[in-house]
Design a protein around this ligand. Structure first.
Ligand SMILES: Nc1ncnc2c1ncn2[C@@H]1O[C@H](COP(=O)(O)OP(=O)(O)OP(=O)(O)O)[C@@H](O)[C@H]1O
Length: 257
């Protein structure tokens, strides 16, 4: 488990500036929710936290991201190491569809060059599927393809795959937006259990979900063509019950966005 500290992050796509000096501390062992209307830069900010932003050819950034005080972007840190320590779960479940459930879970080990014995692999598959709340449903069909699972199960498989490389932070970009209410509940329960061992940062458009799952909230806003900024952040209860800024109040109460 580690804290993430974003300091004065600005981001561009080409000439287009989409974030302006955004700072946010995401404490270890807590769930931090990033909320705000579409296009205000939440996903871009999230992708900067595990060095995925730089995959876009036109993308650039300024500022610092510290993982437990160490610069994620320092020249002596490999990108693969940054992405292993800060994992990501996406909006749309993206298991390798033809690959077995078992192989999906351990797929990240190959990418990160981690060598483990067969026995250790078996244990890891059981452990991470259990943590992702999927073990009981799939224990008897680990050799079946990941693509044969339901959407909600696929998303939990993706969570297990992320956990298998033992990240210290897990980023989740609207992980439930493609799921039905029951599957959404399962993922939310999983988040509540996982936070005891991995720091979580989640982007969500669902205010009830932010209120249910997060300890802390940051409200992003990009007003009329200006880059995104954080208007207000703090403990989730305070953000919902006594927001300091009227724009936060309007947003969390569904008056815009
Ligand atoms: N690959 C890209 N190339 C160019 N511009 C991009 C790219 N990705 C995002 N943008 C722009 O950056 C800005 C912020 O987008 P971003 O996806 O981070 O916002 P968001 O708050 O996550 O939105 P949403 O809630 O709709 O997902 C938008 O103006 C968007 O058009």
């Amino acid at each position: 488990m580690a804290s993430l500290d974003a300091r004065s992050i600005s981001a561009w796509f080409g000439e287009h500036k989409v974030l302006d000096r955004v700072s946010l501390t995401m404490p270890a062992g807590k769930v931090t929710a990033l909320i705000g209307p579409s296009g205000c830069g939440k996903s871009t900010f999230l992708r900067i936290l595990n060095r995925m932003h730089e995959l876009v050819p036109s993308a650039s950034l300024a500022g610092k991201v510290l993982l437990d005080g160490r610069d994620l972007y320092s020249a002596d840190r490999r990108i693969t190491d940054a992405r292993r320590q800060v994992g990501m779960v996406f909006q749309k479940p993206n298991p390798f569809p033809a690959m077995s459930i078992y192989d999906n879970v351990v797929a990240g080990l190959k990418l990160t060059g981690t060598r483990v014995s067969r026995r250790e692999r078996d244990d890891l598959v059981e452990e991470t599927l259990t943590k992702a709340g999927l073990w009981k449903e799939v224990r008897d069909r680990l050799r079946q393809p990941g693509g044969a699972l339901s959407g909600g199960q696929q998303q939990r498989l993706c969570i297990a795959r992320s956990l298998a490389v033992r990240p210290r932070v897990l980023l989740m970009d609207e992980p439930c937006s493609a799921l039905d209410p029951t599957s959404t509940r399962r993922i939310e329960e999983t988040i509540a259990e996982l936070v005891h061992e991995v720091t979580i940062v989640i982007v969500t458009h669902n205010m009830q979900q932010a209120a249910r799952v997060s300890d802390l909230c940051a409200f992003f806003l990009a007003s009329q063509g200006t880059p995104g900024v954080i208007v207000e952040h703090g403990p989730t209860a305070a953000m919902f019950d006594h927001p300091q800024d009227p724009r936060t109040s309007d947003y969390v109460h569904g008056r815009f966005g």
